[in-house]
Ligand binder design. Structure first.
Ligand code: PDD
Length: 295
């Protein structure tokens, strides 16, 4: 089947889809993106992702290129044309094409690329069952990690360090020895008293939509959550560790650097959280994260 991408108003064969050499996304990483899961043909947390997309555009003063209704129509059309029942939709919006100049152009015409990729649940389920391993790496990013920009080089370097070490993810550590987040995930621990801990929202982390939906699901399940920074030592000593992201939902972590977490198998709280997510994405509700932070 031929894949189709939406590029600046046109549905284009994926292998011909291209952007201009003077697109500011290419020149300056001057753009933002979202990755939205598709499960059984439906967007998961579509509202939350759109809220964050608008916030990212606003923080960078990139004008909204189309109405929310139009954007949702195109997303639906891209999913339909690519026959994605399970997978992901990628939405990338840059400040568009203009003669090279670091300063913003006066009348930007944002460029919009939307494409979809099928991916079944098998890999996610296997990781959820076996758990994954994580390394720690220095957080080398800028001071606006709350904006979901396409400027991801430090994240790519951290992820590559994880790959090289045979690990799934790298948790990044700030200059005070505290965990910020994963290279493309949010980091969580479960304390010895069973409390879920994750770093509070600030300019140092991306406010994950999966993080927000987990907060909604955990509240309903009477799980206690504390939003506070935790150190690498606390991470090593945690009863359980897990991570959240749109691509993996919730994933138990069974080893951090050379420390085995618990007995090296996914713990009971992480497994419960995985189950909460599986029920959530299979159920009727698809927008647990909506309105929680970006309203
Ligand atoms: N990554 N932190 C960072 C740095 C991320 O890039 C991501 C998402 C997250 C989790 O956010 P969410 O739950 O909204 O996916 C946290 C996506 C999946 C990616 O870049 O592919």
């Amino acid at each position: 089947m031929n894949r189709i991408a939406f590029v600046n108003g046109q549905y284009t064969p994926h292998n011909e889809a291209a952007v201009h050499v003077e697109d500011r996304g290419y020149q300056f990483a001057d753009g933002i993106y979202e990755v939205v899961p598709v499960v059984n043909g439906r967007l998961i947390d579509g509202i939350g992702h759109m809220e964050r997309l608008r916030r990212s555009l606003g923080e960078l003063e990139i004008p909204e290129p189309m109405s929310e209704r139009a954007l949702n129509l195109v997303i639906g059309e891209v999913i339909r044309r690519n026959r994605v029942r399970n997978g992901f939709v990628y939405i990338q919006i840059t400040r568009g094409v203009s003669p090279r100049d670091h300063a913003f152009p006066e009348a930007p015409e944002p460029a919009v690329v939307i494409y979809a990729r099928p991916k079944g649940p098998a890999g996610r389920r296997r990781n959820a069952e076996d758990g994954v391993t994580v390394i720690t790496a220095p957080d080398q990013r800028w001071a606006r990690c709350d904006i979901k920009t396409v400027s991801l080089l430090p994240n790519c370097m951290a992820k590559q360090a994880a790959r090289t070490a045979g690990a799934y993810e790298a948790f990044m550590i700030d200059q005070n020895g505290m965990v910020t987040e994963g290279s493309s995930t949010n980091a969580w621990i479960v304390t010895q008293d069973g409390v879920l801990v994750t770093r509070p929202v600030s300019n140092r982390i991306l406010n994950g939509i999966t993080r927000l939906s987990l907060m909604a699901l955990a509240e309903r399940a009477d799980l206690k959550i504390e939003e506070r920074a935790f150190s690498r030592d606390e991470l090593y000593a945690a009863r359980e560790v897990f991570l959240t992201s749109s691509s993996g939902m919730a994933m138990p972590v069974v080893q951090v650097d050379d420390r085995v977490i618990g007995n090296g198998r996914p713990g009971s709280v992480s497994s419960r959280i995985v189950a909460l997510f599986e029920d959530y994405i299979a159920g009727d509700e698809v927008d647990a994260a909506a309105g929680r932070t970006f309203a």
